[in-house]
Design a protein around this ligand. Structure first.
Ligand SMILES: [Mn+2]
Length: 189
């Protein structure tokens, strides 16, 4: 086995340990680790990303935000670059949700290219999830109306130009919201 494969296994094992008690919000309560693995797979399989540190950061991207993992721990285990990428995609959970979303949009254009890739794949995974099932306790049609058209555009941009996707995404957000409200037919897949 080459060293990159071993490193990826080490990373996925670490993430699995950290997320072992968590479940996704879908009705089947899918193990949480399916999400970071899926995000890393979007990058490698669909995006053609081979940067090992990006793939590691994708596997670890929710560990600081959602588990007891600290940035220092990531740096010790996986080095400063991986730790920095994860830090870039980590929200400050002490802030209210709306404020966190606002800061995500504000910070996105200034993120490193590596963090943009992880953030995008994360978003894409969640949008696909949303399209396939209703998160417990949430109104699916409201969420779908909000996200479906954006989801199509994300897929389109992801295939065309991964690097520009975050930028395009945030540029088009308001337009998408307008389209969603004005033309529900645009939302049909
Ligand atoms: Mn995530």
């Amino acid at each position: 086995m080459n060293s990159e494969a071993a490193l990826l296994l080490e990373t996925v094992n670490f993430a699995a340990e950290k997320h072992r008690k968590q479940r996704r919000k879908d009705p089947e309560e899918t193990p949480y680790i399916n999400h970071p693995i899926g995000v890393a797979r979007i990058l490698s399989y669909e995006g053609g990303v081979t940067d090992i540190e990006v793939l590691q950061a994708a596997l670890l991207h929710d560990t600081v935000e959602d588990t007891d993992t600290t940035p220092e721990e990531l740096e010790d285990r996986f080095g400063p670059i991986v730790a920095r990428i994860v830090q870039e995609v980590t929200d400050d959970k002490s802030l209210p949700k709306q404020e966190r979303k606002r800061l995500q949009v504000e910070h996105a254009p200034h993120c490193s290219q590596q963090a943009k890739l992880v953030k995008l794949a994360d978003k894409l995974y969640n949008l696909r999830d949303l399209n396939s099932c209703t998160p417990v306790g949430q109104n699916l049609s409201a969420l779908k109306t909000k996200h479906l058209y954006l989801w199509k555009l994300l897929l389109f941009f992801f295939k065309v130009n991964v690097a520009d996707l975050v930028h395009e995404h945030f540029k088009i957000t308001e337009y998408v919201q307008f389209c969603s409200a004005a033309q529900p037919s645009l939302l049909s897949i």
